[in-house]
Design a protein around this ligand. Structure first.
Ligand code: CP3
Length: 345
């Protein structure tokens, strides 16, 4: 895409001047939406992910309802784990059985071929890109190596990540071997998503902020940087999202990503002071605010836009995914008030 025809979202990601602040929501096509619930009546989550027509429909319905500036392809960070040979189910969280808990299990993780193993995601992207208005971006995504490996080692969501942390501290060689393989797999999947039509890639490193600082640097940031370096030549904006890394933003700003996604535990103003103009910022409304009322949502939006200090280099989002209990009208109201207040007069 030539710079002239770049979308508002792409411009904001690159920090070039814009007339208004773009907005999209992590998990914008989720269980809180009646349209998605109706799709779920027809099939379980994996079935929707694996059916390009249904996945594309879920992606597009969210964009149409909310009026956001970007779509995110309906898929999941766990799908490459199945492509690497693991048994994956959702109930509703991901389950991997058996989990990866030995050197032999790491060695038997397969190299993926995205067209062969994840072709349904790529076909959903092609359909979605051709149906999506050209002024809206389509975001592809992968789990960052540390976060995806965490689920592969634990076998299920967990609050404490004890097996993952055990691997990092007791068997660091195994951890490095695993992270290197997972990094290659997610880089290949992300690159294929760009070739299929995605205009940006987000790396979800949701778990990184739970680690000790030295582990964060050695195991999370190192492999996130590897993936980003592999994607850079493709030329699309890259977003790195992690939670609870307010104390590490200086390092995160140098991973090579164009945009840092923030959760609500650090203010946009503080983040900007730390990262300077090295990266654009994305975030960071606490999704809990969407459970309140329209006035509260509006005043929180005004506060965050004020912290962003001008419109350039900022993408409005939540600090994590939309909660299932969110009234859909509140999510739509959020988008409306960002568009109303985040505009050059
Ligand atoms: O709209 C979008 O944002 C696009 C689709 C998307 C999903 N998952 C669909 C989904 C995206 C970007 C993700 C990312 C994802 N998946 C992450 C990273 C971000 C984060 O939330 O931390 C992680 C860790 C996963 C793994 C995963 N998938 C979990 C832990 C769960 C269950 C609990 C939960 O948060 O919903 C899922 C299931 C899942 N992924 C659903 C959806 C719509 C719900 C499935 C259902 O219909 O029951």
């Amino acid at each position: 895409m030539s710079p002239m025809s770049e979308t508002l979202f792409a411009k904001a990601c690159r920090g070039v001047p814009v007339d208004s602040v773009p907005v999209w929501l992590m998990r914008q096509a989720g269980r809180y939406m009646p349209e998605y619930q109706r799709l779920r009546d027809k099939g379980d989550f994996l079935t929707i992910c694996q059916d390009p027509a249904l996945a594309s429909q879920a992606t597009l319905e969210a964009v149409e309802y909310l009026g956001v500036d970007a779509a995110i392809i309906f898929s999941d960070i766990m799908l490459p784990a199945a492509a690497m040979g693991l048994n994956l189910e959702f109930s509703p969280g991901p389950r991997i059985e058996p989990a990866v808990q030995s050197d032999a299990a790491v060695r038997s993780l397969k190299t993926i071929d995205p067209e062969r193993d994840l072709g349904f995601v790529l076909e959903a992207i092609r359909r979605t890109r051709s149906a999506l208005p050209t002024d809206k971006s389509l975001i592809g995504f992968v789990g960052a190596p540390l976060t995806l490996s965490g689920y592969m080692v634990e076998g299920a969501p967990t609050p404490l990540w004890l097996r993952l942390k055990g691997m990092l501290s007791a068997t660091p060689d195994r951890a490095h071997a695993m992270l290197a393989r997972v990094a290659d797999a997610v880089a290949a999947h992300a690159a294929a998503q760009v070739k299929a039509g995605c205009d940006a890639i987000q790396l979800f490193d949701t778990t990184a902020g739970d680690l000790a600082e030295e582990h964060l640097i050695e195991f999370a940031f190192r492999y996130a940087r590897d993936v980003i370096e592999q994607l850079k030549p493709l030329g699309v904006p890259i977003i790195y999202f992690a939670r609870r890394i307010g104390a590490h933003l200086d390092l995160a700003a140098d991973l090579g990503a164009d945009v840092l996604g923030l959760d609500w535990t650090v203010s946009v103003a503080n983040a900007r002071r730390i990262v300077g103009d090295r990266v654009a910022l994305m975030g960071n409304l606490d999704p809990a605010v969407l459970l309140t009322d329209e006035q509260t949502i509006e005043s929180e939006v005004i506060r965050i836009l004020g912290e962003a200090d001008g419109m350039n280099g900022f993408v409005f989002n939540l600090g994590h995914g939309v909660l299932p209990a969110t009234p859909p009208a509140h999510a739509r109201h959020l988008v409306e008030v960002v568009h109303a207040h985040g505009r050059r007069p």
